[in-house]
Design a protein around this ligand. Structure first.
Ligand code: PGA
Length: 242
């Protein structure tokens, strides 16, 4: 079931999202967080860092698994998702880095890496999975298409995703065109899911979360089948909701 909350703006969305994550951290014995990258959760991570610094939010028992990584980028590349996570969260809180997991986009055997990562996700058991959503409805890098994949897998990125993300690279050519991502089953194994979205360009895919349809053309619509999904968006992203 999807519960959609439209907040005033990006700041409110980030604060409410961080508060939800905080409650999981504080009420779960050994919390496992599923984490996402992108501009949508950046403010939420900044708020978690503030909570750690000013209010002693404790990450010492927290373990994390990230959704995805670009194939071919190592953790030192400033556009890798490992780098993003270190930069926006892990370097600023008291988390044990060995308890933070991001798929290895440099693995020699990517198929094996996908299998191992899926086993890791299942064995940890995610308490709450944070998601962004692509302008094309992707969650993680589960791109729209005829079918979706259940487990962690390697995927060719859609042109719509390349168009959205190429701004972070020197050129479109410099952006990796494949990624390794948790699949729909890996994501759905989380007990709770929190999705954050802002801006007008997300309005259409967010509105599709509120109707009765499920379609692989907007992978996020499958979230209607999950028992506990909270969507937090700003007014722009929520503007096509009835
Ligand atoms: P964004 O990316 O938060 O930068 O819009 C979201 C996504 O592609 O999942």
């Amino acid at each position: 079931m999807i519960n959609i909350k439209v907040l005033k703006d990006y700041e409110e969305m980030s604060k409410v999202g961080a508060q939800v994550i905080r409650e999981f951290i504080e009420t779960t014995e050994a919390p496992v967080l599923g984490l996402a990258t992108g501009s949508s959760p950046e403010g939420l991570y900044a708020e978690l860092v503030r909570m750690h610094k000013e209010e002693n939010l404790d990450f010492s028992n927290v373990q994390t698994v990230n959704l995805d990584e670009y194939v071919g980028l190592g953790g030192n590349h400033d556009q890798s998702y490992r780098y993003f996570m270190n930069h926006h969260l892990f370097d600023h809180v008291n988390i044990n880095k060995e308890h933070t997991h991001v798929p290895n986009g440099m693995a020699e055997d990517l198929e094996q890496e996908a299998k191992d990562y899926d086993n890791l996700v299942q064995s940890l058991g995610v308490d709450v999975q944070l998601l962004g959503i692509g302008t094309n409805g992707h969650i993680g890098f589960n791109e729209p298409g005829e079918y979706l994949s259940a487990p962690t897998h390697v995927i060719a990125l859609k042109q719509s995703t390349i168009d959205s993300n190429k701004k972070y690279f020197e050129s479109e050519e410099a952006m990796p065109k494949t990624a390794i991502t948790m699949g729909m089953q890996s994501i759905f194994s989380a007990k709770h899911i929190v999705l954050v979205a802002y801006g007008e360009k997300k309005a259409k895919v967010i509105a599709e979360l509120a109707d009765n349809r499920i379609t692989t053309d907007n992978p996020a619509t499958l979230l209607k089948l999950h028992p506990s999904v909270l969507v937090l968006c700003d007014q722009e992203a929520g503007k096509l909701l009835k």
